[in-house]
Structures are given as structure tokens and as C-alpha cells.
Design a protein around this ligand. Structure first.
Ligand code: GCV
Length: 675
């Protein structure tokens, strides 16, 4: 197995936290801890962290009596950490405080203890005072999930950091790395993980059979020790593809009975299983459409089969017609999620969650928020984002995505008078739902640093922290990640903050302008190709001609803008009101049109592409100052990526600018070099 790093859980660098030095013991005031892997793992984590960060390993004292609080130090004058259960706190929440000279982590369940443990370690790594801590934290989103697009041959769809650490050669791997993965994920509050690609084919279809269930169980137990529920992606046509039935019709009694029996077996063998994620009737995957049935028919059939075991069915809304002709101006891929699911609102069972991508297209650097958020009112919903940077530089370019995620979460849908943001909806506040939350297509692989670009780890870390505490700003999360990963040096913090916070705007500037998206090399989606997708069947057009660019999605065009609630619909529908950054997503606009910024569209294209490259140059220059301040290997890896980003940003700039200069025939006002 390849060696790998411990990222933000690295305990090899000593932290200067004087208070921690006096802590000698861990006192567990919880009965039956022998049975509870989470408590055991919390204790071990604390011991390892103290040993590494402070230099001494606290001893374990069991005190299985009832009652809360610490109180040992009162008699001994020594300090410890006390783990205690207390009834009446919310699920998964914790209270971290000090009492009578001890630090206390109190929670009403063992997940809360684990999250409090990781918070305490975070405070130590950030060299914050410990004995004045008094914080109660409760995760806002019930479901905080990672989706892996890992295939069983070890490859990863849209993976940019090596091979899978869950699968190799069609086998499931359970080893030290799996445990460390679970620690890293749990330490930022992740409580659910889908281990395999939503495109379920070949061997992955067999994950629900004898062939793999023992190993799935073993993996699920490692996860369970860190409060993580294992989920799998499911092949909707499994009864057929496993050779047992000749139909997967969701309304057939025989098919329903097959699934009931199958789930009885699966949950019998893997009792910790959370449920399944399904991509149906999309991009060639099978689904209920084959039988003239709806997504609700398909999802509910599976939901009934898993319900006796508390299972959840997560059904994706990424469904569209991918056989479009570019001459067809009526079909609009952006509409299709809404058109397919809105009419089904209220017809899904309670253990079904619809998983909705953040935008209506596909994880572009800028998209409007998906109109199903605010559309659906009677259906459980989850937000899907992608931290695997498929369209945002593939972990070769730095692109810190938390500012984008914060914008999405803060988007007002106007579905109600108040509590109407996406964040309100997916945290369950808007409709009083408990089956909801957020999922990220994750950016990990078996690279030594897990995420290809060392700084892409900030997206993994940040995603978890965001789901747990969405009130944190993207800056606060970035600062935290820097300090827990690289220590508390001011210069390191200042420069890495600058890099992270500049990165999304920079990427947007030198790639696709004003929300249009898609000017990427077909298939691999890396690098510029302005017309790469312009004549293909995927419904991804920019519609540039010699006069203008953009897709008319107003009431005169595809009508997509009107899928939003007011006032959003009127804003997007109207060229004069539509925000600049989304203008070309919603409207076909002449190059000479004046933006709110006062610039013409064409001048904006030129300026933003030149400026984007300048920012990247500045980022690279600032980064180079960190030589000797970051671990050498990490520095070298990152330096290589910044060199590539500089060069590649120029390629983007030059291709885009040359293309639009040639189309429009309009010169750059500032007469810079355009090829
Ligand atoms: C897993 C995009 C990606 C596909 C991905 C799909 C999806 O189309 O390019 O690789 O398939 O989204 O989200 O299902």
C-alpha cells in the first residue's frame, strides 16, 4: 500500500499549548464503553493527539458510575479530560467546557462525544486556550455525506488524485487507510459515505450479493466506529442484470418482492448500512422510464424494501435528455431536472430523499441555484455539490469552493416568508424535514496527499465543516484548515488565505465568462475548447455567433427563468436586472451590450481573462515565499501545480480571447495581445 499523509490530523508537529501539558488523564464516565467503538476511538484519538502534540499520553481512567461532570481533579489537583453522557442534548451535539480543573466533553450520544473530541483537538492544534472553552455545537444538517465515484477496478470517475482506496481489482479494501479516511471524515463531521460510483455497472452491481457482503460489512463496521453510515450506489436494473428476473418494472409485484427479499438479505448481513443512492434514467443508466413508470414509482418501490431496516433511498435529480440536436432551441437541459421532478412533489415516501445538484447543468464554475430548491415543498431534499474539481481545474488548479457553496446556501428561494434559503431547506428548517442535508462528490484518491493538490484538501475539510456549522464563513473555515494543517505561523496563514480566497474568482475570470460555462475539452473536461461541446448531443451550448453570445432562457426563449419563484423569476428573466455573472446563462446578448460594470460584454471577456492570469501570477509569486515554511514535499508538489496553473491559465485566456475577437471583430480597447 502507498504511504500517505495525515492531513489535518497530523500529530507529529508539536503544538505550543501550555494548558494541555498539565492534562494527565482521560476520565470516561460512560457505562458500557467496551461496547462502544465511538467512545473507544475518541479516547484513542485524544491519547494519540496528546502524545504527538504535547509529548505525553494521558492515561485512561474508567469511572462508570452515573452522573456527569469530572470532579476528579478537585481531590487530586491534577487535570484531565472527562467524557460524559448527558440526556437532553440534541442528537450528535456536544458541550465542551471546563469544570473543577478538568475539560469536559458532554453529549447525549457517542457521536457527539466524538465530534467534541475532534473539536478539542482542533483547538489544541490552533493553540487556543482550552480551560476557558465553553461551547455547545450541534450539526445543522442531519445528513453530511460524501459521494465517491469509485469503480471496483480501482479507477475513479472524475478522480484527480490517484486510484480508489476502497476498491482494487474488483475487491473491497479494508485496511489502515480506510480507518484513517474514516477518522479524517468524522473529524469534520461527516456521518454518511457512499462508497461506489453512481454509474453502477459490472462488478459494482454485485455489491449487494454474497460475493461482497462480508467485506461491505467489515467496511461498514470501521465506518460505524467513527459515526459514519455506509451507503452504496445501486443499479436500478439489478434484478435483470444479476440474471434473476427479466424486468425491473417498479409496479410489478414480482420485482417488488425481489427487492424486498434482497434488502432483507443485505440488511441482515450489513446491519449498519444506511441505504442506497440511485442514478436512474440518466446518461445511459437504467430506470423506471423503460417501463413507462415515474421516478416516484421507482424510488418508492426501493424505499418500501429498505424501510423495515430504517434504510434511506437517495434518488438523484440529475436526469436529462442527452440526445439533443444543437439546432433545437426549445429543449433546454437546464429545465430537465425541474420538469422531471416537480410534478412528483409530494409523491415520494418519507424515507426517500431527492438529491439535487447545486445548479441545473453540471457543476460549472458559475450556475444559478437549481430551481427545484424552492420549487419542491413536500419532498425531502439534499443538495449535491462537487468537490472533485471536474470543471474547476481538476485539482491541478487551485479552486477553493467554499465561497461558492456559501453563496448557494444563502440563496433565497422565496418559498416562504422567512427560512427560505437553500440552507434552511436542506437543514430541515423550512419544511420541518429530518431526512435532508448535503452531499459532496469527493476529491480523494490514494495519492500520498489524498487530494492531488495539497490545497484541495481545504475543500474536503471545508465541506464537512460547512455542513456541521454553516454559519462559519468561507474565510473562517479556510483559516481553520490552514492552522490545523500547517500550524500557526502568521505568514503561512496570510499567504495561504490569500491563495484560497482568490482562487475561485480567479478561475472564473480566466475560464468561462458571465455564467456561460462549458467551454471545456469534451470528455475529460480539462482545459479550454470553446466549441468543444457546441455541436454535440449533451445540450451544453453557448450559442455564440458574430453578434453575440448566450442562451435565451427568458420567457421568449426556453422559459427556464420562469421556473423560479418571484422575485427571482423576474430578475433572471430581464436582461436589465439579471446579475452580470449569470447574464449569458439566461440571455443571448450582443457583444456591445453594456454590463452593470459599465463595460461591454466583449471588453469584459477580454479584461477578465487578462486579469485572471494576473491574479494567478500573483498567487504563484506569493506561494513561492513559503519555501522553507511548509513541509518540503508538500511545497514541491504545490509549486509544481502553481507552475502548471500559470501556464494553463494563459492557454485559457488566449483561446477564449482569440475566439471572441475573431467572432466579434471587435478590438480590445487596451490593445493587448490577442492571438
Ligand atoms: C458520474 C457529469 C459527469 C459524469 C457523472 C455525471 C453524474 O456528467 O461528467 O462523469 O457521472 O455528471 O453526476 O452522474
Amino acid at each position: 500500500m502507498m504511504g500517505y499523509e495525515q492531513l489535518w490530523l497530523d500529530y507529529t508537529r508539536k503544538a505550543s499549548c501550555g494548558e494541555a501539558e498539565g492534562i494527565e488523564y482521560i476520565c470516561v464516565r460512560i457505562s458500557d464503553t467496551e461496547q462502544d467503538a465511538l467512545i473507544q476511538n475518541s479516547v484513542k484519538e485524544l491519547q494519540d493527539a496528546f502524545e504527538g502534540l504535547v509529548g505525553s499520553r494521558p492515561t485512561l481512567r474508567r469511572d462508570n458510575g452515573a452522573g456527569t461532570g469530572a470532579a476528579l481533579s478537585g481531590s487530586t489537583g491534577r487535570h484531565g479530560i472527562c467524557l460524559a453522557l448527558r440526556e437532553g442534548m440534541g442528537a450528535e451535539s456536544y458541550h465542551l467546557f471546563s469544570e473543577k480543573g478538568d475539560i469536559v466533553i458532554e453529549a447525549s450520544d457517542s457521536r457527539g462525544i466524538l465530534y467534541g473530541t475532534f473539536d478539542l483537538i482542533r483547538q489544541m492544534k490552533m493553540e487556543e486556550p482550552l480551560f476557558t472553552l465553553d461551547r455547545t455545537k450541534a450539526p445543522l444538517m442531519p445528513m453530511r455525506m460524501l459521494n465517491h465515484w469509485d469503480n471496483m477496478d480501482g479507477s475513479i470517475e472524475r478522480g484527480y488524485s490517484g486510484e480508489s482506496f476502497f476498491f482494487a481489482d474488483h475487491q473491497i479494501l479494508v485496511n489502515d487507510r480506510t480507518r484513517d479516511y474514516a477518522r479524517l471524515a468524522a473529524s469534520v463531521g461527516i456521518n454518511a459515505v457512499v462508497i461506489n460510483n453512481v454509474n453502477v455497472k459490472d462488478a459494482a452491481t454485485w455489491l449487494i450479493t454474497d460475493r461482497y457482503l462480508d467485506k461491505v460489512k467489515e467496511l461498514s463496521e470501521v465506518f460505524a466506529g467513527y459515526g459514519i453510515r455506509l451507503y452504496m450506489s445501486l443499479n436500478y436494473a439489478a434484478p435483470v442484470e444479476l440474471g434473476e428476473l427479466d424486468s425491473a418494472d417498479p409496479l410489478s409485484d414480482q420485482v417488488g418482492a425481489w427487492w424486498n427479499q434482497k434488502m432483507k438479505t443485505v440488511f441482515g448481513r450489513v446491519p449498519n448500512l444506511g441505504g442506497f443512492l440511485i442514478k436512474a434514467d440518466s446518461e445511459g443508466r437504467p430506470g423506471p422510464f423503460t417501463y413507462g413508470r415515474t421516478h416516484a414509482d421507482g424510488a418508492n418501490m426501493l424505499a418500501r424494501a429498505v424501510a423495515p431496516y430504517g434504510g434511506i433511498i437517495i434518488w438523484r435529480c440529475f436526469v436529462y435528455n442527452c440526445m439533443q440536436d444543437w439546432r433545437d432551441y426549445k429543449t433546454d437541459r437546464a429545465r430537465s431536472g425541474y420538469d422531471n421532478f416537480m410534478g412528483l412533489d409530494g409523491s415520494f415516501l418519507d424515507n426517500v430523499i431527492l438529491q439535487i445538484k447545486n445548479g441545473p447543468m453540471d457543476f460549472q464554475v458559475r450556475e444559478p441555484v437549481h430551481p427545484l430548491f424552492g420549487g419542491l415543498t413536500k419532498t425531502n431534499q439534499m443538495l449535491e455539490v462537487q468537490i472533485a474539481q471536474e470543471y474547476t481545474g481538476q485539482q491541478r488548479h487551485l479552486c477553493y469552493l467554499l465561497p461558492m457553496f456559501q453563496e448557494i446556501l444563502q440563496f433565497r428561494t422565496y418559498v416562504k416568508e422567512g427560512d427560505d434559503t437553500v440552507r434552511d431547506i436542506v437543514s430541515g428548517r423550512t419544511f420541518g424535514q429530518h431526512n435532508c442535508g448535503m452531499a459532496a462528490v469527493v476529491n480523494t484518491g490514494n495519492d500520498e496527499n489524498w487530494t492531488g493538490h495539497d490545497m484541495a484538501a481545504a475543500n474536503w475539510y471545508g465541506f464537512g465543516r460547512l455542513c456541521f456549522e454553516p454559519e462559519l464563513s468561507a474565510e473562517e473555515i479556510a483559516r481553520e484548515w490552514i492552522r490545523v494543517t500547517y500550524g500557526n505561523d502568521d505568514q503561512v496563514e496570510e499567504i495561504l488565505m490569500f491563495l484560497l480566497m482568490s482562487s475561485w474568482p480567479a478561475y472564473e475570470s480566466y475560464t468561462s465568462p458571465l455564467g456561460i460555462g462549458w467551454m471545456v475539452t469534451p470528455n475529460n473536461h480539462y482545459g479550454p475548447s470553446v466549441d468543444g461541446y457546441e455541436y454535440s448531443r449533451w445540450g451544453t451550448y453557448h450559442r455564440a455567433d458574430h453578434e453575440g453570445i448566450g442562451v435565451d432562457r427568458s420567457h421568449e426563449g426556453t422559459g427556464y427563468a420562469l421556473l423560479y419563484r418571484e422575485p427571482n423569476a423576474s430578475v433572471y428573466d430581464n436582461k436589465d436586472k439579471c446579475p452580470d455573472e449569470l447574464l449569458l446563462f439566461f440571455h443571448h446578448i450582443p457583444y456591445t451590450w453594456k454590463l452593470r460594470s459599465g463595460k461591454t460584454v466583449i471588453q469584459h471577456i477580454y479584461d477578465s481573462h487578462f486579469e485572471g492570469v494576473e491574479i494567478v501570477d500573483e498567487m504563484a509569486e506569493q506561494f513561492m515565499k513559503l519555501q522553507g515554511k511548509l513541509p518540503d514535499r508538500a511545497y514541491e508538489r504545490m509549486a509544481a501545480r502553481f507552475r502548471e496553473q500559470k501556464e494553463h491559465a494563459r492557454e485559457w485566456r488566449d483561446q477564449i480571447n482569440a475566439y471572441f475577437y475573431r467572432k466579434s471583430g471587435i478590438l480590445d480597447e487596451r490593445e493587448r495581445k490577442i492571438y
